[in-house]
Design a protein around this ligand. Structure first.
Ligand code: PLP
Length: 392
């Protein structure tokens, strides 16, 4: 008996259900607000879905199906951005008086959301250092803690957490868990398989793959939790367009191959940079030298193409001299597209409640895309000479 097709094959194959008139390989873009009913008697029948465009028509439904498959979920919610996927998950499971415990190295805007918006509604948040033990994380919880937010590797600095252990400890205390799994793109790490309740992703990054869409998902495999997310999403009227959903599906077709190549090139460049005389530290969880590498190897199948470096002796002006000298790297936020990108991120660390590690020197994050890594090396090499001149 033939074995089941692999995840890569399932994402690539065009075996989705299609109308007889649909003969193109990929899905179509079905746009619409009004959905027509065959009979007046059905107008208020809530079993007929979708009843209105906000619920998503065939394009969004195919994306939900593929994302359920990728995440091992029963339900996937589509949101207009990755950040709104996080804010949906947070608002769906909290009420006034509740407390949230969140990793210090989280995607920055989530801390802003907790501290500005959720605080207005009486929700308090506490932060743990990304390297904290499970006991230290749980020590921050009280009987009011309703949610723990994890993100591993940490944004910008790549700290690794023991997500399965945190998920187990939280479950034992009846606390929900939310994982920002944008790094893993649903492929490199499977939060729901490791006991996490809600796995969130910005499809904006690797799934979209071309830096031209914004869309997010929350995936769950618990029907009661799905109902809470559904109620909240409807109340806020969250929606992801058919066009963005179509482009996300198109990205899913090649996700495995792009992610693999980007991750391989990233590791090659990270290893090379470790040996450069201007590099103090390379923050890449796939490197044996990186704290947390063993946990990373246990839980992730491979790294993606994102990593940071601490350059010796620099400051923001020197970081800018380095970045301005790059020719093949775009200077811009986000990642997961075909093109390599670089930013300096000193300003983004300011918001962190407390820095677990002090980073002295210029802080540069690279996203390695699909170019030839030999060309990228040569580009970084010459930009490092501009950096050397800048630090005198
Ligand atoms: C880890 C992480 N989560 C979430 C987001 C938010 O995604 P979006 O830009 O689609 O709102 C980002 C974007 O940079 C991110 O890096």
């Amino acid at each position: 008996m033939p074995s089941l097709p692999s995840e890569r094959t399932r994402l690539t194959s065009a075996t989705y259900e299609r109308a007889p008139s649909h003969r193109a390989v990929n899905v179509g873009v079905e746009r619409g607000s009004t959905v027509l009913y065959a009979r007046a008697e059905d107008l208020y029948n809530e079993d007929i879905k979708p009843g209105y465009g906000i619920e998503g028509l065939s394009t969004q439904r195919e994306l939900m199906r593929l994302m359920c498959d990728l995440e091992g979920a029963t339900d996937v919610f589509l949101l207009p951005t990755g950040l709104s996927a996080l804010t949906l998950a947070i608002t769906a499971c909290l009420k006034a008086g509740d407390e949230v415990v969140c990793v210090n190295s989280c995607y920055g805007p989530i801390r802003r959301f907790l501290q500005s918006q959720m605080a207005r509604f009486g929700v308090t948040s506490r932060y743990y250092e990304a390297g904290a033990s499970v006991d230290e994380v749980m020590a921050l919880t009280t009987d009011k803690t309703a949610l723990i937010i994890v993100e591993s590797p940490g944004s910008l600095t790549f700290e690794i957490q023991d997500i399965p252990a945190i998920a187990r400890a939280a479950k034992a205390r009846g606390i929900l868990t939310l994982c920002d799994n944008t790094y893993g793109a649903g492929v490199l790490f499977k939060p729901l398989e490791h006991g996490i309740d809600m796995s969130m992703q910005a499809l904006t990054k690797y799934v979209g793959g071309h830096s031209d869409i914004l869309i997010g998902t929350v995936a769950v495999k618990d029907k009661a939790l799905a109902k809470r997310l559904d109620d909240t999403s409807r109340a806020f009227s969250f929606f992801a367009s058919a066009d963005e959903s179509y482009l996300a599906i198109r990205g899913l077709r090649t996700l495995h191959l792009r992610l693999e190549q980007s991750g391989k090139s990233g590791l090659e460049l990270a290893r090379w940079l470790e040996g450069h005389d201007l590099v103090d530290r390379v923050l890449h969880p796939g490197l044996e030298s990186f704290p947390g590498h063993e946990l990373f190897k246990r839980d992730f199948t491979a790294p993606n193409g994102l990593f940071s470096v601490v350059l010796k002796g620099g400051n923001i002006a020197a970081s800018c001299a380095f970045l301005n000298a790059l020719k093949l790297f775009g200077l811009g936020f986000s990642w997961g597209g075909f093109e390599s990108l670089a930013i300096h991120f000193e300003p983004q660390l300011m918001g962190r409640a407390k820095l677990g590690q002090a980073y002295e020197g210029s802080l540069i994050r690279f996203y390695i895309g699909l170019e030839d890594p030999t060309d990228l090396k040569a580009d970084i090499e010459q930009a490092l000479e501009a950096y050397r001149a800048a630090i005198g």
